[in-house]
Design a protein around this ligand. Structure first.
Ligand code: GRF
Length: 207
């Protein structure tokens, strides 16, 4: 049966667009059934609407705890009955109150290699290190999100991106985003194709 994907976003939505394009042209045998943003009026929401995908904004409320927010988010996402939840530039850490509702089903894309540069501004930090001469390459990974660890969890796919000292941040960022878009689609195709037992116990890694 066609897998149901819900995508969580916070901003531009380039990774969301890569998923929508892959679904649209048949590379990805899935359907994006909903998009949630924690921020209103972001470009990702326009992208979803253009593709005919329903959107919901779940904005944090003043004085709301992380758990309260995650419970509200869980209700919205759960109503779409997703097989897969993709964190595509979603700039919040999720607690077990959300993650336990979607076991082995939450994927995150992060613009760094496994174990490197967790958190925000990974592209900028990698670029700064290359300028200093302490880094020759970075990369991109897609991983499962089993717990509240930041940009950690079983790696499904990763790819290296070579760096040159002379490259501007804008050019490097553009290459990294392109790598992200390819890898995310590739990882989703693999994730959907593999049987559940393998998906659960045998994280896949490809270069
Ligand atoms: C991506 O680099 C993602 O990996 C990071 O935030 C960026 C979001 O880009 N966490 P977009 O919204 O998908 O264009």
């Amino acid at each position: 049966m066609t897998k149901r994907i819900v995508v969580l976003v916070s901003g531009n939505g380039g990774n969301l667009q890569a998923i929508l394009d892959a679904v649209g042209d048949g590379r990805l045998a899935a359907r994006v059934v909903g998009v949630v943003s924690n921020r209103p009026a972001v470009r990702a929401l326009q992208r979803a609407t253009t593709a005919g995908v329903p959107t919901v904004v779940v904005e944090p409320q003043p004085a709301e705890t992380r758990v309260q927010y995650d419970e509200r988010l869980c209700e919205v996402v759960g109503a779409w009955r997703p097989d897969i939840v993709v964190l595509a530039g979603f700039m919040r850490v999720l607690s077990p109150e959300f993650l336990d509702a979607f076991p082995q089903a939450v994927l995150n894309i992060h613009p760094a290699l496994p174990g490197e540069l967790p958190g925000t501004q990974a592209i900028e930090r990698a670029h700064a290190q290359a300028q200093e001469g302490s880094r020759t390459h970075s990369g991109v990974m897609v991983h499962l999100v089993p717990d509240a660890g930041v940009d950690s969890g079983p790696v499904l796919a990763s790819v290296q991106v070579a760096m040159q000292k002379s490259e501007t941040l804008a050019d490097f960022a553009a290459r990294m985003h392109e790598a992200e878009h390819h890898l995310l689609v590739r990882a989703l195709v693999e994730f959907i194709d593999r049987p559940l037992v393998e998906k659960t116990h045998q994280p896949l890694r490809f270069a």
